[in-house]
Design a protein around this ligand. Sequence first.
Ligand code: TXA
Ligand code: MG
Length: 328
Amino acid sequence: MKTQIGEDVHIAAAFLKAGELVAIPTETVYGLAGNALSEESVAKIYAAKNRPSFNPLILHVANIAQINDYAFVDEISLKLAEHFMPGPLTLLLPKKTTVPDITTAGSKKVAIRIPNQRLTLDLLAQLDFPLAAPSANPSGYISPTNAHHVMEGLHGKIRYILDGGNTTVGLESTICEVANNIIILHRAGSVTAAALSAISGLDVIETAAYHAPDISDHSTDSPATPGQLKSHYAPHTPLFMGNIEELIHAHIGKKIAVISFNNRYEGVDNFILAPDHLLSTAASKLFATLRSIDQSNYDVILSEVFPNEGIGIAINDRIGRAQFILKH
Ligand code: TXA
Ligand code: MG
């Protein structure tokens, strides 16, 4: 199969209507989209990504009214939707039977969001079905933030890549669930726990906050959110996160790439993500930087722990999950 890149929403719509897969831009990362109501199309998504069948997909819809077609929406979730959508927030909601079980990997809950990207909103408006779309990378690798990244991982496996340029946010959406008068944060993103709490008036439990991983424990079973496997978003080059001076000392003699917020270190190649000192800039550049380092011949990637506030929490979460985990 030949994979084409283009900016034509009509071509993208035609392929999707025919049951084919199309990569779509969003404000977070590119998605690998198919008709969420077609078991055949959804099966193609799992196959193209080599994704485990127990890991459910997010539904992408055009507007808030459509959420009601696929899920039961409580008052607080509606309030969050009205405030944050279209935008980088995914709500986990009780699913209606309109959504096939394969799309949610058998779960009674469905994750739904409205991406804030012009081409993809146009595309969704032309379709009479929602799009199931995981990030458009082979399972386990770093999420794509431009059409070229998608091509690297999925050429030959999908028909079309709708090119919307570089994504603006650069990290996957925040995933949350309203339950018993609290909000459960399943995945950190640019919509922060503090923002969710401010809008809803509820406390937020952060199951997704970054904790330094115990490297003796590389278990990947029973994650709170099925997709939250420990070694995720991972480059092939081993990555370690922490105090850079100490890490450099521990890796003396190796060819080292250092990822930093805005510090420069001696004797290594520096990849400074935010010369402007903005965490949002760092977030937007993180995945592309990891990819380009991975394509050069470094022995090891060392990363700072970023300021753990705002979207910095999500940055630390992703870098933490990308860390090298010892295999027995
Ligand atoms: O920003 C994003 O959310 C991007 C763009 C393309 O929209 N999508 C994305 O999808 O990151 P994916 O599949 O790479 O990550 C979705 C996460 C996975 O960890 C999955 O396990 C979880 O959402 N998820 C989806 N549906 C779920 C459900 N019904 N119950 C629990 N977790 C769910
Ligand atoms: Mg993903």
